[in-house]
Design a protein around this ligand. Structure first.
Ligand code: MTE
Ligand code: MO
Length: 527
């Protein structure tokens, strides 16, 4: 029968594994090469960055609500899974039939990766594509090698007259060389990844952060008064570890403070360039400010309160002199990200170029070595991390990063209030229960917080002490919980008498509004 003379085809599983292994090796080599120069771009991060740049804001908000601040990990994992699937498919095609189509597929991916790595947010640099090209060549070469190896194995059997038939599997000893090549490639690929991540450019920020110290403030604020903390509310100060992180950078930029400089330019009288040393030689101040993200949904945790150490922006800009026709201050990050806010926001509030957060230098994820913080404005318009430039311009002349993507050009933080305990659908026992939470109306502050149980009348809660108008204010309410299912809603009133609106809006385009409501299940007191 003709079938006994045909060369058996390596199994789908084996071919798919070989394809994946070639992919891991190619990508691992690419990620390893990245370590040698800051100009070399990681293909995965470059593609992810371009993806973040083009993703519509509503999809970003869905991703944040699904994955929270793990949205970056989710995106990278998604890219990884997609690539693994593609590499497996390429392996099956390349090993079991012709190589032309799969190699064209690989070339397609290399082109996409190279473009993403060449045209970055900060400019165009062909060198960025080098790791992708190297990785692509390694991927293709490994694929051809696996094809050769598996076919040689099978053809060899045929020549030796080993009975080969419709069954896919080669004898164990022949399959072993293919399997060990697969294993070897996987290991080499992972080592490449680790090499790329282990040092050089990828830890410059961390290294430089441990070589300098936080400057002392001219006048240091006292300890946070304990009267600011309410029963049932989250910690008044959010620790750096618990502070939410939102940015478009898949990997936090690693900035060496010794190479860093801040350029202040545009519609100014005297352009200025400051080194880190120049910056911290100015008067250093401290301020407690609650930062809020426009993507925060009602009851969400994309809000944090920290003590910031920094330099007053109004003083610095007074020194350079602002052209009276400039109406926008743009902060530009080392990765090209931009925020923009009104010159008019500098009305005496503590807008800072911050270098410290809760008594330490800024963590790398929160913008080391310097970032902007402006009380009362959402982070996306004001709080540029990894700050390298401040440009005075107009709203007519320039749109910051999120504006062309549908978010408002001007975005004061909306007054909000949140119930921290109980959490939604908590089960508690009947009896006295401390309902508690936070409310914010930066920079003017909160005058009252009210709750309504089971849609009843709004009743006053007990406010904790106010620290300043730009921090959140905590509140608590001693509730006699009765058995059953209850809903609790909260609303705030600011110091100018405005009552928080119950009209619900989405985060897009200028922040969510509406009352936070939780439903709680109260069981009979068991005592
Ligand atoms: N360079 C840079 N700065 C940025 C962003 C960014 O994407 N890149 N995101 C802004 C947004 S949307 C917010 S809410 C705050 C969040 O600051 P945090 O991560 O320190 O909490 O940073 C702002 N600064
Ligand atoms: Mo944000």
């Amino acid at each position: 029968m003709g079938v006994t003379n045909s060369i058996p085809v390596p199994s789908r599983l084996l071919s798919a594994s070989a394809g994946t292994a070639a992919g891991v090796l190619g990508l691992g080599v690419a990620e390893g090469v990245v370590r040698f120069s800051a100009r070399l771009q990681s293909p995965v991060v470059a593609v992810g960055d371009r993806f973040v740049d083009v993703v519509p804001p509503w999809l970003k908000d869905i991703a944040i609500s699904l994955f929270g601040t793990n949205d970056k990990i989710a995106l990278l994992a998604g890219i990884g899974l997609f690539l693994a699937f593609f590499a497996a498919l390429v392996g099956v095609r390349a090993i079991r039939s012709g190589v032309a189509v799969p190699l064209m597929g690989v070339a397609g991916f290399v082109i996409v990766g190279s473009l993403a790595a060449t045209f970055t947010r900060t400019g165009t640099d062909l060198a960025g594509a080098v790791p992708t090209l190297v990785g692509g060549v390694v991927f293709a070469a490994a694929l051809l090698f696996f094809r050769f190896l598996s076919h040689r194995t099978y053809e060899g059997e045929d020549e030796k007259g080993v009975m080969v038939g419709e069954h896919d599997d080669a004898p164990l000893e022949n399959r072993r060389s293919v399997l060990s090549a697969i294993g070897g490639s996987m290991i080499l690929g992972v080592l490449g990844f680790r090499f790329g991540r282990a040092g050089g450019q990828s830890t410059a920020g961390l290294a430089s952060r441990s070589s300098i110290v936080l400057p002392d403030p001219v006048i240091s604020l006292g300890p946070i008064p304990i009267g600011t903390q309410s029963a049932g509310a989250d910690s008044f100060i959010t620790s750096n570890a618990d502070f939410y992180r939102i940015d478009t950078a898949l990997r936090a930029p690693q900035v060496d403070a010794n190479d860093w400089s801040l350029r202040i330019h545009g519609m100014v009288d005297n352009e200025l360039v400051l080194t880190f040393q120049d910056l911290v030689e100015r008067d250093v101040v401290e301020s407690d400010i609650t930062l809020t993200c426009v993507s925060n949904t009602i009851g969400g945790r994309l809000v944090g309160n920290a003590r910031w150490t920094g330099i007053r922006l109004d003083d610095l800009l007074a020194d350079v002199g602002i052209d009276p026709s400039a109406d926008q201050i743009v902060g530009r990050s080392i990765d090209g990200y931009t925020c923009g806010f009104p010159v008019a926001a500098l009305d005496g509030r503590d807008a800072l170029i911050a270098v410290g957060m809760n008594g330490e230098l800024l963590p790398v994820e929160h913008g080391f070595p310097a970032r902007l913080i402006v009380p009362g404005l959402y982070g996306y318009v004001s709080a540029t991390k990894w700050l390298t430039e401040i440009e005075l311009t107009t709203f007519d002349a320039f749109d910051s990063f999120w504006v062309p993507r549908g978010y408002a050009a001007q975005a004061p933080i909306k007054m909000q209030s949140r119930i921290d305990s109980p959490r939604g659908l908590d089960q508690i026992e009947a009896g006295t229960f401390a309902i508690g939470g936070v409310a914010w109306a930066q920079p003017i502050g909160i005058a009252a917080v009210e709750i309504s149980i089971d849609d009843g009348e709004w009743v006053q809660t007990q406010l904790a002490d106010e620290l300043n108008g730009s921090t959140w204010r905590q509140w608590t309410f001693e509730w006699e919980a009765t058995p059953g299912r209850h809903s609790i809603s909260v609303r705030a009133i600011s110091t100018d008498g405005t009552v928080q609106t119950s009209d619900r809006t989405e985060p897009l385009p200028n922040g969510a509004s509406g009352n936070h409501t939780v439903v709680v299940l109260v069981s009979e007191d068991t005592q």
